[in-house]
Design a protein around this ligand. Structure first.
Ligand code: CMC
Length: 425
């Protein structure tokens, strides 16, 4: 394939050559493209065809349904790895050795507790506050507690604040959950691992020692691995964009949490469950599908900007659904989901648009079976994605090519005109 792209300017007919960079997608650099001295911009709403950075963290082939972290297929990681091992991999580029992993786990464990004053902040939220709102505000507030995060060019300060955030995120999520239930907070317990500690902080009642079924703990671990990173999605782009003006990790992750909350992104898992509940029974699926085709509704958990094939994460989650339901009993909404999927994979509306189930289609069913209310689902996405956001933040900070994010616009407003006094309008 040619490594230059020949283009002809439509007005002047002048030929130009654009170098095509060596990348996983073939990309051309348009940073300073001008014709006869006049700059030319590209118009690409939603950045459908614009690469905003070079990255060596996550590789996706949307046509083939491939997802790899640092070259490792996500299916293999979901089968053999732990979330903290994957977080290390994302941050450091290689799988850890046994000593490195043990030290990393200990570091994260040492950072699980929240500052006492943060509990005062939590107390100020209304009793029915959405946990994503609590998460967003609290991650932003961390910067007040740990202002050394502003020393982000110092690798040691960066590593410390990354570990703090990965350690504290489950505690924050559990506290947000228990606040909504008006239950007392359960502090982290160092004798548990990352995922079972999270479950005990959420669900411990009066028992001496809470013990979740290990198969359910593993299901949470797998879900965390699958959600850990997904290259330049909306929330990661928000993290990088906020980082580009010189911000600390907490401020950037708070922006990421906000972006993730939207129903077209991480909020889709919550929206899927609400959609399944609204449909209610299998016999109402055809009517719902007609509504989608007529543009009255979206099939939440279906479609993806990058995957034009079955989302590889959805395949793993679909299998985990069966494992979890063996323990918890089958959620009756599973039948509705399966019927929707049947339509999705055969009906011409979905087939012609290449809309397949994505990561959010089945995850909500597992979360519900584990005892989470829908408003917690996106929080469960945010906890592991923090590892990806931190890795992408680090890559951005250390990228000599980084620049403040500042897209152009195509102005469509009024031409210059003079101010009109009030009495003349
Ligand atoms: N239900 C019905 N129609 C859809 C759907 C859907 N879920 N998704 C896309 N379409 C249609 C859309 O109406 C359009 O049709 P037409 O060409 O006739 O106008 C066509 O498919 C292309 O859609 P698009 O909106 O241009 O695609 P996009 O790449 O901009 O959007 C998406 C991607 C994920 C926002 C979209 O597929 C969607 O809204 N899906 C539902 C929400 C969802 O599940 N989001 C989670 C994504 S995966 C996890 C994550 O990223 O957090």
């Amino acid at each position: 394939m040619a490594d230059v792209l020949q283009i002809r300017h439509p007005a002047t007919g002048v030929e130009h050559e654009l170098a095509i960079t060596d990348a996983t997608i073939r990309a051309t650099e348009l940073r300073q493209f001008s014709v006869d001295g006049a700059p030319i911009a590209t118009y690409d709403p939603g950045y459908v065809n614009t690469a905003s950075c070079r990255s060596s963290i996550t590789y996706i082939d949307g046509e083939a349904g491939v997802l790899e972290y640092r070259g490792y297929p996500v299916q293999q990681l979901a089968e053999h790895s732990t979330f903290l091992e994957v977080a290390w991999l994302l941050l450091n580029g290689e799988l850890p050795g046994a000593d490195e992993l043990a030290a990393w786990e200990e570091t994260i464990t040492s950072h699980r507790r929240l500052p006492d004053k943060l509990k005062t902040l939590l107390a100020g939220f209304p009793y029915d506050a959405h946990p994503m709102s609590i998460l967003m505000a609290s991650t932003a507030a961390f910067f007040s507690f740990y202002p050394d995060a502003q020393n982000f060019t110092d690798p040691e300060a960066r590593a410390l604040n990354t570990a703090r955030l990965i350690g504290k995120m489950p505690t924050l999520a559990a506290f947000a959950y228990r606040k909504g239930k008006a239950k007392p907070y359960i502090n982290p317990d160092d004798s548990y691992g990352y995922c079972d500690n999270f479950l005990q902080m959420l669900f411990k009642q009066a028992e001496r020692r809470y013990q979740a079924d290990p198969r359910l703990v593993r299901a949470v671990e797998v879900l965390f691995i699958l959600h850990a990173d997904h290259e330049q999605n909306c929330s990661t782009s928000a993290v990088r964009s906020v980082a580009s003006s010189g911000n600390d990790l907490y401020t950037c992750v708070s922006a990421g949490v906000g972006a993730l909350h939207g129903p077209l992104h991480g909020g889709a898992n919550e929206a899927v469950l609400r959609m399944l509940r609204e449909i209610g029974t299998v016999d109402r699926v055809p009517e719902f599908i007609e509504g989608v085709k007529a543009g009255r509704a979206r099939m939440m958990g279906f479609g993806h900007r990058v995957y034009k094939n079955y989302d590889p994460r959805a395949r793993v989650i679909k299998k985990a659904v069966d494992d979890v339901f063996e323990i918890t009993g089958v959620n009756p909404l599973l039948q509705v989901a399966q019927e929707l999927e049947k339509y999705g994979l055969t009906d011409d509306y979905f087939v012609s648009r290449r809309l397949y189930p994505n990561v959010d289609f089945y995850s909500g069913l597992i979360y519900e079976a584990l005892g989470f209310p829908p408003e917690m689902f996106t929080v469960l996405f945010a906890i592991p994605r923090t590892a990806g956001w931190a890795a992408q933040y680090q890559e951005f900070i250390t990228d000599p090519d980084n620049k403040i994010a500042r897209p152009k616009q195509i102005y469509t407003g009024s031409a210059r005109r003079d101010y009109v006094p009030m009495d003349a309008r």
